[in-house]
Every structure is written in C-alpha cells, then in structure tokens.
Design a protein around this ligand. Sequence first.
Ligand code: G1P
Length: 875
Amino acid sequence: MKNTLWRFIDDKGAFASDNAHRINTLYFPLCNGYPFMSSVTPDLHGDIKTGNDTFLLEPASRIDLSNSKVSRNFWIHINPDKIWSATGVSKDLSAIKNDRVNLKAGLLWQEITRQNRNIGLQSKITSFVPASGEPVEIMLVTITNISGLELKFTATAAIPIYGRSADNLRDHRHVTSLLNRLQVERFGVAVTPTLLFDENSHKKNQTTYFVFAFDEDEGAPEYIYPTQEEFCGEGGDLETPEVIYRDLLPDANKRTQGKEAMAGLRFREKKLKHQESISFTIIMGITTQKDSPKTLFSKFDRLDKVRRSLDLTSEFWQDQSSKIKLETNNASFDNWFRWVSIQPLLRKIFGCSFLPDFDYGKGGRGWRDLWQDCLSLLLDNPEEARDLLSNNFSGVRIDGSNATIIGQNGGEFIADRNNISRVWMDHGVWPLVTTLLYIHQTGDIKILLQKTGYFNDNRLSRGKIYQGTILEHILVENLTQFFNVGRHNIIRLQGADWNDGLDMARENGESVAFSSMYAKNLDNICELLLKLGQEKIFIFKELAILLDTLSNKPIDYSSVGAKQKLLNKYLNAVNTAPCGQVATIPGNRLIDDLKRKSCWLSGHIRKDEWLRGGFFNGYYDNEGKRLEGKSGGITRMTLTGQTFAILSGISTDSQTKSIYEKASLYLKDKESGAFHLNTDFKKELHALGRAFSFSYGEKENGAFFNHMSVMFGYSLYSRGFAKEGFEVLDSISRMALDAGTSKIYPNLPEYFNADGRGMYSYLTGSASWYVLTLLTQVFGVRGVYGDLMLEPKLNAEQFKNTKEISITANFAQKRIRVIYSNPLQKDFGKYSIKKISLNNKIIANDINSCRYLFPRKKFLSLAAKNHNMIEVNLG
Ligand code: G1P
C-alpha cells in the first residue's frame, strides 16, 4: 500500500501533497467553537457559515466544490494584459494550466502554493479560522516574484458574499438579494440584509457579513467593487470578471443596494524585485451586533497579529490532537490517529450538517450522535462532564422517547427539526452506555441520584416542573422499550434504529440488534444498583407500572399482548404529566425485577434468533419477515445484527467465533479485509428501509461503514477476541491511509464505498468509537468504578520492529503515559503482566494475569506529578 495522495511531513499531523488539487471532492475543515465553520478546497472553493441561516459564502455541497463558480479568488493583473488567478480559479485555463501546485495542511490550517513561471509569480495562501473564537476566516496571501525581472502588478481579492440562509439557495434567491444593504468601508465591504427571510414570519436580521483586507503595510484597498453585477459585468462571471479582464475602475454612480454582494478589493499597484515577496490579508467574518466588523477586524489588522493567531491556532489544535497520543511501531498510523482524535470535537462544532458531504440537517447533532461523541470527549476530562451529562438527560421524555436534535452547546433541545414525528428505537440505549463510561472513569456513581428535568416541560398540576434522578431517566428509557415489542416479541423498530436507513418498517419492524443492547442495559442497571447500594429507590409513581414483578400481577413476558397492554397503561398514565407522587421501591426488589427482564430478553434472543447458518438474525421487516439467513438462494447477513449480539454478551464464545467466521465469509472484502455493513440483498426492501434503494456498496447499503465496523471491532475486543478485533480496526486504518484509493485527507470517514473511496470525511461517530476502542480495549487503559484498569489486548504484530509501544492519556486528572514492552513478542492470551512500575517504582511483580487493577487512591497517592510513566512488561 502506497499513499500516493499525500505524505506526512512531521510528527504533528502535518501533511503535503502535490496532487490534491486534482481531486474534485477533497475539502478541508476550518473552524472554531464560536461556532465558525468553513470548508476549503485546494482552489479555495467551499463555504463559510456560523449556522444554517448565516452563510457568508454560498452553501457548497460535494458537487459544488468543482462545479460552482463561487470561491475565494485572488486576481493578479500584470500590465498590460497578463491576468492570473492566484487561487487557480479562472476560465482562462491557459493562464493557470502550468501552475505547479503544492498543498500543505496541518491542525487546522491549509497552505497552498502555486507557481506560475509564465507569469513569474508564486502565491502562497494560508487559510485558517482563529482558535481564539472570533467568527472570522483568515486568508493570508503571499505573492513572490520568481521571475528574473522586476514585476509590477495589481492584486484584487474577490469574495462573493452570499449573506443569508442556506434555505434561500432556492427559496427566493433573488428576492433575498433585494434585502441586501451594502456598506463600503475603508478596508472592504459589510453586508447587513434587512430581514431574515421566512414567509412564515420574517424577522429583522441582526447579522452582518464582511470581508476586509489589507496589504503588507496595513494599506487599505484602493478600489472597492461591492456588487457582483459590477464586478463580473454583463458578459463576465466570477471566473472571468470584467473589471479584471477589462481593467475597469468602480463606477461611483452605480446603484449598490439590493444586489448580490461582492467584496472585490483592489490594491494599489505593487512592485516586486526578483525573489521579493509581499503579503495581503483577507478577513472574512460573520457577526451580530455585539461585535462590529471593525472591532473584529482590529484584532487581525496587522501581519504580526495574523501570524500570532495562526501560531496560536496551530498550538490549540496540536493540544487537542495530543490529548490521547500514540507511539506505536507505525508513525503514519500515529499521525493519522491525531486527526481521528479531533474528529469528535469537529462534530461538536460542525454538528452533522456543515461540511460539503453533509448537505442535510440544519445544525446541531442527533441524540445518538451526541451521546456517542461524548464517549471520547469524556475520556479527556470526565470530571468536567457531570453537568453536561445531567443536562443531556433532560432531553428524555417521560414516555421514554427524547428530543432528536440537540443544539450547539447541548442546551437547546428540538423535538425534530423537520417536524417529522418519529422515534428511533435505539435512542434509549446510548445514554446509559455513556453514563456507564463516565461512572467507570470517575467512580462517581452518585451521579445516578442527581436530579434533572424531562423534555417537553412536564409541569405537574401544581405548575412545578417535575425533576427526577438520572437513574429514573435511565429506567424510563429502558423499561418502556422492554415492553414495546412487535409480533416476535422483539423490540419494535419504529422510525429506525442506529441504521437511519431502516426507516420503512414503522408498524411491524423489529430490531433484534438493539433488543440485545436493551437486555444488556437492564443487566448493567442491576450492576449499578448493586454498587450504589441504596436501600430505597424513589421514582415517580407511574413508573412503577413497568415494574410489574413487584406488583401482585406480574405479566407473562412471552405474551406480546400483555406487554403492549402494560406499556399502554403506562403511556396513558403519563399522557399529560406525572401526577407528582413518588413511589419508594426497595433497591433489591428493583434489581430483581430488572434482572428477570434482562434474562428473559437475552434468553429469548439466544433461543429464537440464532440462525442455522451460524450467526444471529438482526431484524424483522414490516411484513414480519425475518431479514437474515438464507433467502431465495442467497445468504443475507448484517454486521449490525452480529455486533450487538457480541457486545451485549448474548452470543456465547463459540457463537462469537462462528459469527466472526461467517462475517469473514459473507461480509469481508477479500482485497482490503474490511467488512461490508450487509451482504447484497439484490433487491430493494420497501418493507424495511430506504437503505436498500441506495446502490449496493454505498452508505447504509453494504458500504464499509466505519461506525459499525469500529463497534464490531470494539465488541470483539471486549469479548477477548483481540486478533479478530485487530483485523477489523487494521483494515479501517489501512483503507484510510491508502489515500491514492480512498482519496481523502487523513481522517476516518463515515464509510468507504465499493471503490474504496472515503466518503463523508470528518463528521462521523466512528471516530469517537475508534478512540474509545484504542484506549480502553486495545491498550486496555480504562476506569473500573474509578480505579485504573490496565488490560492490554495487543498482538505480537503490534510489537514488530519495536521494543515498546505507548499511549498517553488522562486519568483521574493526571497525565499518564502507559508503555508496554513485550520482549517475547507474545500475543494477547499468551502473555501475562510480569511487572508494573509507576515513575520507576515497582508497583507489582509477576502478576499471573493479563490485567491489573490499580486502586484509584493508591494511584493518586503515588502519581504526584502531572506527567506519569507507567511501564508494563508483558511476558
Ligand atoms: C451516521 C449518523 C448516525 C447513524 C449512522 C447510520 O453515522 O451520524 O447517527 O447511526 O449514520 O445510519 P456516522 O456518520 O456518525 O458514522
């Protein structure tokens, strides 16, 4: 495997490429927590926005990156008639075709160099968004004379300002331009549309879009063209603007208001001797009245300020990318992992909407994404996450469903942005998964007793808002689902489960995959309750309806009808709001009830869903037909159906072995070793979901879908199948790093398609699971009720050509570097821990086990420093 697209140029994630500009679909993310979000391609296409209603550059989907004329352009005019786009976006291809282009990029900046011998100039354009949080993107252009002669030229920055909502791309595009009010300022153009256009209820617009620029000596542009109409002219366009090609000066008499806006900023003529350089800086911002464009501009109005900001930005992202740091026998992998490890943060900022591949949604994250991204965000500083978790729980409804979209800072819950009423049946699973991780990392089991509200403002009759414990919220989510079964006594699929594409089986579909997870959750709650040791548990009175074994009328769990009836009784009881009375439940009886439910469901799945083919069935469709197994002469199998059977502990070890064999047979790609999300069903499944109407090998229809692949890997590791887990994870990183084929920058994309191409870069839940798997399973560094567990599941292969490998992370607010040596090159299962030392002091010797539990207290008393070295010898 040779990466022919780019190469790492340091050990801090920076990479270089000579041919990135030849790939139409490549984009790079730039952002800060404002949230200010940009995507930028090698020729500076891509958009800029702070939200769905506030795009500075016109929204760009994947296809627009190459098709649209909108970009950040920078024109050079050498008298009398040489014209060059220093960004490489010009209709005059003869002027740019011989450009030598190089890209360098790092965390989080992009630098493009173009050299044009014919013109005699080189441009170097560095793009970044200051990590300090100002809502601006900065473009630093350095022009160097590479000819042997002195050159004179004028430079014109050309940024078309869209300045409105993504919705207006088609909805009243022209009418919304009539709202534009343009202000020509000394350093550029500011646009403040009069209204936020929405026919339901127009609102006064508070947002200003601006593009200001200055040259080397902080000089302002000499001429400003504030409209596209004037800049492009009647016969030109953004790729052949008439003012550039005909060397026209702005016409002071032209009307400017109510037109498509433009920041055409032409600088005074410059003179450069051989090898001399000169810089221009362009600041593109989106601001509300709080910070005026001038105030924001004043922070970056000198070259030294801009360079300092660039350094700080790079330092910020370097820090983020080294929170969990690897030193393995593969430097490229370690570098790649830096990019993966910042992806959860990118998704926190961008949500699932604002990069070119993600041209859906209107911002914020979905419920399951929120919780799963927390998995890795938690690992860094779980102690700080308490409030965040508690707040997230207030998105749960009393009927067990939840808000589906969560706004930028987690504070804002939205039932459904598109007003589609649907329930994703997996949603109840994730909060406990994440809370469990939090409890293990911190030991803070008391968080379960923390109180928080429910979504939808559940007012009690007396007007007070009801608040219940987090434990109660978890119970609501898991108990309601236990009873919410379809005709096979498996939990109903409803709107879909993890797989968004299974959305056409609302009435009768069932998800065995997530039923397994609910069974596991019920069991986990029992374990938590035991640990919590509360004699009495307080819940709102109606919830006790679902604890049927505590009543004198326990129901028969094998009766679908009885389950549905009980659930309806509960839903009717909480229809308006809980009555406000509290039921007191003895802790041990609650455990007993939950245990019965969990055992019943696991047993049922084990008994009825294991297929003769040697793997599990994961679904029933809307006609009540089983999805997996042999049908019409072909074997149908889904990775999801297997992953959760393994993860939940429902599969026995021998079943897990069989599942892996069958997955290798039916789902594994011979060449890459990666696993398809499902086999090719060779037909659409309108009784199951849209996924099977996608062409096979794309997205949720049989792609190498990384989110599920990583969870598959995690589940195998968690059950001690380290060799198999490694194969799964390894296939993913190899595909990503084979960038000649995957055609992506270093990151973990949502999926690889059948051509091996990486799709939907950066904003995917697979990154969070990848980080989690690597730290807590592969390197085995994790908390167990607050104590530090070391249980590496490493293979001999990972020690090839190296004496030791290490991972650096935070635990109990201390920085630890855990170094594993494996001199005998043994595989997991064959080695045990021979010696452990902390900061050169031996902690344990000859432990006849492959794991070691370091009590938190002992760890804290010995680990006084910020940086701690834990050496673990395997043998
Ligand atoms: C995306 C969604 C995720 C969903 C998955 C499968 O995955 O974000 O919620 O479960 O598709 O439909 P991701 O891009 O996070 O890998």
